[in-house]
Ligand binder design. Structure first.
Ligand code: 26M
Length: 818
């Protein structure tokens, strides 16, 4: 192997110190005595990078030479979280680095504080992508994660008078030590213009004459496997103006216009769209999608395959996994490249394309299914629209052949929808083009087959499969909960971090009083740690004697944060009305974490309500010591890592049939929180595994939800029939939480009373009853602890390593490269 010269790994504290000081001097340009924490952090990151570099270069060479099948994960989002600890852990450098820094008079904790997390995703879907690439690296699977290097990630959330205010996330401002720009590997990405046919030696071919383009410059990040010496690549694209584009306008003499054009081009990777459902059909969003996907596919074909590679064998070398519909424009792009640029016959190209893609759906909400207007798509990508039309024509011929001339069916299954305007249905395109289509939990995959895509499932039964989501135990147990990790390692040995089913070994220990005591001590310490974090961050504390009740996830009506609020208001009302004595209830601290999409007015109002309830409850001496509501702003991966290990109770309370999977539910259960949840998403599988005795189930099942809709749902009837519910709703409506102003939360109240799409009122009574069971159960601390341990012991299934094995076996047919 011809390797570039690499820096010798600083396997000793001395070596690390030397390398660190060299980086501080030569990369940061400061002496130790003159350096500040940010300089030190950048030099430290550089040192960790240096250590990983030899493995990274080696892996790139090996993967190229062995021609192994590569997983190309196409995702518009990667919600990575902080890199320093993760990379130190993977490279086994934690202790050496900590000691080396100490010798330089620097504390590792200060370094952790300085790092800013790359928040290049919204929530579950982006975090899932980050867990998957961690697992693939840890399992030595050749993988490239492809995505967008947003200059601004998910907004920073602040509260002003209880209302969400968004601030830009300037995550690159203080330097970005984990990425490597590769301008030499840039791709030119075209847009707009028209198509024309031409004669190529007697064959009529089509070409695209675009009218503008941008450069896609890749920034590579290391994705180190855990303790296996492997480093995969995350390749994120940045939009930069092309010289040609600049020059053309510049030559016309319009300097200012040429600078403006540059800004226009560079807008493409400027900012992450903060919606995580109800896509808005914005042109810039489609530009982002095509930009990263075209760059990725052409990068793989040009640079990753060896020169002279026979494209007929492409399916043996690559699988492009589509993370939701966001990258689906890759399908016509691959067709365009194969047919228009590489001269392949349409039929051959289509056969290859259908083997090279697989599609993961992450939703069940109809309004979240992405469509692009034919108008917009045709203007931006005229050739791709033609290709989509031809794919659709041939597909609908197939439908007719199979099912006869059934107009209704044709209209339902067409990739082109007609109402309310002519548009391309991206989920249908992905389903037709993909070799496999998967949902993200058993129930979700079932509902995809039976409802959302049932006509497609009828036509292609073998395409449909399930892969239940998972989470990486490295970040969410080993790093986030080091005390629990030590306890587990002491009990079971260290193998569990890469073989999470070994947690089963804890079942027996759940019966050991001494182990339970040690577990309870870990939980209490984690609550104190969280309290410290919140004190420093927001000036609030939590009491480790309280039951810690946690609801952390994006703010969405279907997730039903309002149901949680109604529970809190019910408890509050019961105390202040004297129905129950404060001393007789189980003291609880409720903690929320949630961002609302900036354009989602109802979600923002619900945030305001939570903050307003918090401020009244937390300042009422009648409930002091009994109820506390904490809503730290800007919930992100970093804060999750402090909250989740401290949680006692995990709130997973979406309306059945709406949450595709959930992954916070898995992280919380694996950290020993008990779930109170509906029969939805992966909750179903969590409950099956941990057992009914260790899970608080409530609410309607999905078929019951359907039945209630069918019969006609009148939320006001539930209000009228339930005095407790009435009391809680009336208290909100009275202005109690809005300084007497009855208008502020009126839209929330009347929505619940007269619309309530997500059936909050229908599930209220059942939820309150389940919460009473929680209080009873928590009163027996030792029994609760036993249940918590059993939750951990039985949730090994939810490792993203297992998810990756399932994808490898059922979808990718790729293998680790050992
Ligand atoms: C689409 C178009 C325009 C702008 C933004 C979007 C968009 C971005 C993110 C739409 C959806 C997005 O994410 C959806 C999501 O996070 N879904 C969640 O995926 C998780 C991983 O599979 C599941 O666990 C959750 O149940 C599911 O809600």
């Amino acid at each position: 192997l011809a390797l570039a010269p690499v820096i010798a790994p600083p396997a000793s504290v001395d070596g690390f110190v030397k390398q660190f000081l060299a980086n501080l001097n030569f990369d940061q340009g400061v002496s130790l005595s003159a350096s500040d924490a940010n300089d030190q952090y950048l030099a430290l990151a550089g040192t960790v990078r240096d250590y990983l570099m030899a493995r990274w270069l080696e892996d790139q060479t090996r993967q190229r030479e062995q021609q192994a099948k590569t997983v190309c994960y196409l995702s518009a989002e990667y919600l990575l979280g902080k890199q320093l600890d993760n990379n130190l852990l993977a490279a086994r450098l934690g202790e050496i680095a900590t000691e080396a820094l100490a010798q330089c008079g620097i504390s590792m904790d200060d370094m952790r504080e300085v790092e800013v997390e790359p928040g290049l995703g919204n929530g579950g879907l982006g975090r899932l992508a980050a867990c998957f690439i961690d697992s693939l690296a840890t399992m030595s699977v050749p993988t490239i994660g492809y995505g967008i290097r947003y200059e601004y990630g998910i907004f920073r959330q602040t509260f002003v008078d209880g209302e969400q205010v968004e601030q830009p996330d300037a995550w690159l401002q203080m330097g970005s030590p984990w990425e490597f720009p590769h301008p030499e590997a840039a791709q030119t990405i075209s847009f707009g213009g028209r198509t024309e046919t031409y004669d190529d030696k007697g064959v009529t071919r089509t070409r695209w004459i675009p009218d503008w383009n941008v450069l896609a410059v890749p920034y590579n990040m290391m994705v180190p496997g855990y303790h296996n010496g492997r480093v995969n690549t995350l390749r994120l694209w940045r939009a930069v103006a092309t010289n040609a584009f600049d020059l053309r306008i510049f030559n016309s003499g319009d300097y200012e216009e040429s600078v403006r054009a540059q800004t226009f081009a560079e807008n493409i990777s400027k900012v992450l769209y903060p919606e995580d459902s109800t896509p808005q059909g914005k042109e810039l969003r489609l530009q982002q999608q095509y930009f990263f996907v075209a760059a990725s596919i052409n990068d793989f074909l040009d640079n990753v395959l060896l020169e002279g590679f026979d494209l007929n064998n492409l399916p043996d070398r690559v699988i492009f996994q589509l993370n939701d519909t966001h990258p689906v424009i890759a399908v016509p792009e691959l067709m365009r490249v194969l047919v228009d640029e590489r001269g392949m016959e349409w039929e051959d190209a289509w056969a290859i394309t259908q083997k090279c893609f697989a599609y993961t759906c992450h939703t069940l909400l109809p309004e979240a299914l992405e469509v692009w207007s034919v108008d917009l798509l045709g203007r931006l990508l005229p050739r791709h629209l033609e290709i989509i039309y031809r794919i659709n024509d041939e597909f609908l011929d197939e439908v007719r052949e199979r099912f006869g001339d059934d107009m209704m069916r044709i209209r339902n299954m067409s990739i082109i929808g007609e109402h309310p305007y002519r548009s391309v249905r991206m989920a249908y395109l992905a389903t037709v083009a993909g070799a496999k289509v998967n949902g993200v939990a058993e129930l979700h995959s079932q509902l995809l087959r039976d409802k959302v895509l049932h006509e497609f499932a009828e036509m292609y039964p073998d395409k449909f499969t399930n892969v239940t989501n998972g989470v990486t135990p490295r970040r969410f147990i080993r790093l986030a909960n080091p005390s629990l990790a030590s306890l587990i390692t002491e009990a079971l040995g260290a193998g569990w971090t890469v073989d999470l089913e070994r947690l089963r070994g804890l079942e027996a220990l759940a019966e050991d009083p001494e182990f339970r005591e040690r577990f309870a001590a870990v939980k209490a310490a984690n609550k104190r740690h969280l309290s410290d974090v919140l004190q420093r961050r927001d000036g609030v504390t939590i009491d480790d004697s309280h039951l810690l009740d946690v609801m952390v996830k994006r703010l969405h009506e279907y997730k039903r944060q309002t149901l949680k609020v109604l529970h809190i208001v019910t408890e509050y009302e019961r105390i202040i009305s004297g129905t129950v004595a404060a001393a007789d209830i189980q003291p609880r601290t409720f903690i929320f974490g949630a961002k609302a999409a900036p354009g989602y007015a109802m979600a923002k109002r619900i945030i305001h309500l939570i903050n307003s309830v918090a401020s009244v409850v937390n300042n009422d001496p009648r409930v002091e010591g009994s109820l506390k509501v904490v809503f730290p702003p800007n919930y992100n991966v970093t804060l999750a890592e402090s909250i989740i290990p401290a949680a006692d109770l995990s709130e997973q309370i979406s309306l059945a049939g709406k949450e595709a999977s959930g992954t916070g539910n898995m992280k919380l259960a694996l950290n020993g929180a008990l779930t109170i949840g509906t029969d939805d998403g992966a909750n179903v599988e969590i409950r099956q595994l941990v057992g009914d005795d260790n899970f608080f189930l409530f609410g309607m099942t999905e078929p019951e939800v359907e039945a209630l809709w069918a019969k006609g749902y009148k939320p006001a009837d539930f209000y009228q029939a339930d005095p407790q519910l009435r009391a809680a709703m009336d208290l909100i409506a009275s202005g109690e939480f809005s300084g007497g102003d009855r208008t502020v939360f009126e839209p929330i109240v009347s929505n619940l009373l007269y619309d309530d799409r997500f059936m909050v009122l229908a599930d209220y009574a059942s939820y309150i009853e389940a919460q009473a069971q929680v209080d009873l159960a928590y009163a027996d601390q030792d029994a609760w602890t036993r249940s918590a341990i059993l939750n951990i012991a039985r949730c090994g299934f939810f490792s993203s390593d297992r998810s990756m094995r399932d994808y490898l076996d059922r979808i990718w047919h790729a293998r680790p490269l050992l």
